[in-house]
Write a protein that binds this ligand. Structure first.
Ligand SMILES: [Zn+2]
Length: 477
C-alpha cells in the first residue's frame, strides 16, 4: 500500500508540473486557456480526502482510499450493529474471520447487543420518530420488514445494485423487504420454514406411522394415548402459541393473518375460515388431552424435550438449533417430517422466523455499511463461514444444498435435516408480509391463553382479537 501510494504521488506531481509548464510557456491564464479551447475543460477533482487532500475521480475510489489507507492515519469509520441473541457478535466474528477488518482497516465494527427483538424494535421505532439514535445496521425479522419500511428508517438499497441479487434468495423472503420495487434488507437466515419434529424412537416403539396430514397427526396422538397414556402428542404453549397459530393459518393458503383492502388499508384476517379452522384444531388437541398446555420457553420444557413427554412438535426450522442447545447430542431421537397437509396430496408449509440486515437512513456511513452487508451476505464463501458460526439456516439458496449445510446430522439420527427442509418445506411456504405483526402477536397471545385454557370459545376469541387489532390499525398504531 505504501509503495502504491508513492507511485500515485509521483504521477500526480508529474502531472501538476506538466500543466504548470504548459501554462507558463503559453503565457496565458487557465481561464483564458479554457475559453480558447472549450473542449479541453479540465476534469474537476470532485472527491477529495479531507485528511491528506488526495483527489479521486469517483466516490467509489475515494471510499476505497478512506477505508484502506493507513498512511497517514485516517479517521476510523465506525459501523454500529444492533443484534439480539448474539447476532451482532456473530456478524463481528465472521467479519474478522473472513478478512473484512484487514481488507478495510479503517472501518471499525461496533456490535451492540439488545435485550431481544422487542427491545431492538422499540429503539428503532424511537429513533425513527425522534430522527436520531439508530445504529448503522439493524436486524429485522421477515415479518417485520413491512412494518419498518414505511417509517423511512431503512435505507433503500437499489442505489447499490442490490436488486441484482434478488434471485439469490427465496422470492417470498426477499419480497418481504421490498416495497415499490425497492429493496430494504439483505437476507441472512431463513430458518422459519415450518416442519413437524417427532421422536423417532417413540414412533418405532409404538408402531406409529409418521403423519402426512393434520388428521393423521391427531390420529397418531390418539393411538399413542391408548398405548401409553403418559405421552402427549405435542404441547400448545399459552405463552407463545401464536407461533403455531400463525403457521396453521398460513399453511392453508389465502392471505394469512392480515388482508389488504383495495384502498391499501389493512384489516385482521381472523374472521376467515382459515383462522377458525386453525384455532379449532389447536383447541381440540388441548381439549382431548393430546396436547398439553405448557409454556414453551422455560427450563422445565427444555428438559422435557429430552424426557418421555412429547412425541412431536409443530414448529419452524430454527427449532433444530433449539433442540441442539437444550439436549445431549448423543441421546436425541428427534427427526423432522414435512409440515402436515390440510388436504391430502397437497404439500404445504408456513414461515415463522428468519432475519435480514438493513442499513438505517440515520447511518453516517451507509457506503461502508453496504460494503459489510455485501461482504457477509452476498458472497457465498463468506455466507458459508457465517453459517458455520451460527448454524442459522441460510437464506442464500445455493448454500442450502452446500455440503457444509446439507449434512447427515448425527444429532437427528443421521437425517439430513437441512436438505429435507429445503426440499419438503421451503418450496411450499405460504407467507404474506404485513405491517402489523406486533398487533397479531400481542392480541393473539392474550386470546390464545384464554381459548386454550378454556375461558373463552374460539369464535369469541377470534371476534375479540380482530376487533382489538382492527381498532389499533385504524388508530395508526
Ligand atoms: Zn486520505
Amino acid at each position: 500500500m505504501k509503495a502504491l501510494k508513492d507511485v500515485k504521488g509521483i504521477a500526480r506531481t508529474s502531472l501538476i508540473i506538466l500543466v504548470v509548464a504548459i501554462i507558463a510557456i503559453a503565457g496565458i491564464g487557465i481561464g483564458t486557456y479554457i475559453v480558447m479551447n472549450p473542449t479541453a475543460t479540465p476534469t474537476p477533482a470532485a472527491f477529495v480526502c479531507p485528511t491528506d487532500g488526495e483527489t479521486f475521480a469517483t466516490k467509489a475510489e475515494l471510499n476505497q482510499h478512506l477505508w484502506t489507507d493507513t498512511t497517514p492515519a485516517h479517521p476510523k469509520i465506525p459501523l454500529t450493529i444492533w443484534g439480539w441473541s448474539g447476532n451482532e457478535q456473530i456478524l463481528n466474528r465472521t467479519a474478522i474471520e473472513t478478512g473484512f477488518t484487514t481488507t478495510y482497516p479503517n472501518i471499525e465494527l461496533n456490535p451492540v447487543a439488545q435485550a431481544g427483538t422487542g427491545a431492538e424494535y422499540d429503539l428503532l421505532t424511537q429513533a425513527a420518530s425522534s430522527g436520531s439514535g439508530a445504529a448503522d445496521l439493524v436486524g429485522i425479522e421477515v415479518d417485520w420488514g413491512a412494518r419498518f419500511i414505511p417509517m423511512d428508517i431503512l435505507l433503500p438499497l437499489n442505489q447499490y445494485g442490490a436488486m441484482d441479487y434478488a434471485n439469490k434468495f427465496p422470492a417470498w423472503f426477499w419480497n418481504s423487504y421490498v416495497d415499490n420495487n425497492t429493496i430494504y434488507g439483505i437476507p441472512w437466515d431463513a430458518s422459519g420454514a415450518g416442519a413437524l419434529f417427532y421422536r423417532s424412537d417413540v414412533f418405532d416403539k409404538y408402531g406409529l406411522t409418521v403423519p402426512t396430514t393434520m388428521a393423521e397427526w391427531k390420529a397418531v396422538g390418539q393411538e399413542l394415548k391408548t398405548k401409553n397414556s403418559s405421552w402427549y402428542l405435542t404441547f400448545m404453549p399459552p405463552d407463545s402459541s401464536q407461533i403455531q397459530f400463525e403457521m396453521l393459518i398460513d399453511s392453508q393458503g389465502g392471505p394469512g393473518i392480515f388482508r389488504k383492502n383495495t384502498d391499501g388499508t389493512w384489516v385482521s384476517n381472523l374472521d376467515s375460515a382459515e383462522a377458525l379452522r386453525a384455532l379449532n384444531f389447536m383447541e381440540d388437541l388441548v381439549d382431548t388431552g393430546l396436547a398439553k398446555a405448557a409454556p414453551m420457553w422455560n427450563d422445565e420444557m427444555y428438559a422435557e424435550m429430552g424426557d418421555d413427554v412429547y412425541a412431536s412438535v409443530l414448529c419452524a426450522q430454527w427449532y433444530t438449533a433449539s433442540l441442539s442447545a437444550w439436549l445431549d447430542r448423543n441421546t436425541t431421537h428427534w427427526k423432522v417430517a414435512a409440515f402436515p397437509q390440510w388436504t391430502a396430496g397437497t404439500p404445504t408449509s408456513a414461515n415463522r422466523g428468519g432475519t435480514s440486515y438493513c442499513i438505517t437512513t440515520q447511518s453516517a456511513n451507509p457506503d461502508a455499511a453496504w460494503e459489510l452487508l455485501k461482504w457477509l451476505f452476498l458472497s457465498k464463501n463468506n455466507a458459508r463461514t457465517l453459517y458455520q458460526n451460527c448454524k442459522y439456516y441460510p437464506a442464500y439458496t445455493e448454500l442450502q444444498t452446500d455440503p457444509v449445510v446439507a449434512i447427515d446430522d448425527p444429532y437427528f439420527g443421521g437425517q439430513n435435516v437441512n436438505a429435507f427442509i429445503a426440499a419438503n418445506s421451503m418450496p411450499y411456504v405460504n407467507f404474506h408480509a404485513s405491517p402489523y405483526s406486533n398487533l397479531f402477536n400481542t392480541y393473539c397471545n392474550a386470546m390464545l391463553q384464554e381459548v386454550l385454557l378454556g375461558t373463552k370459545s374460539p369464535e369469541q376469541g377470534l371476534t375479540d382479537a380482530k376487533a382489538n387489532i382492527d381498532r389499533d390499525i385504524a388508530a395508526g398504531l
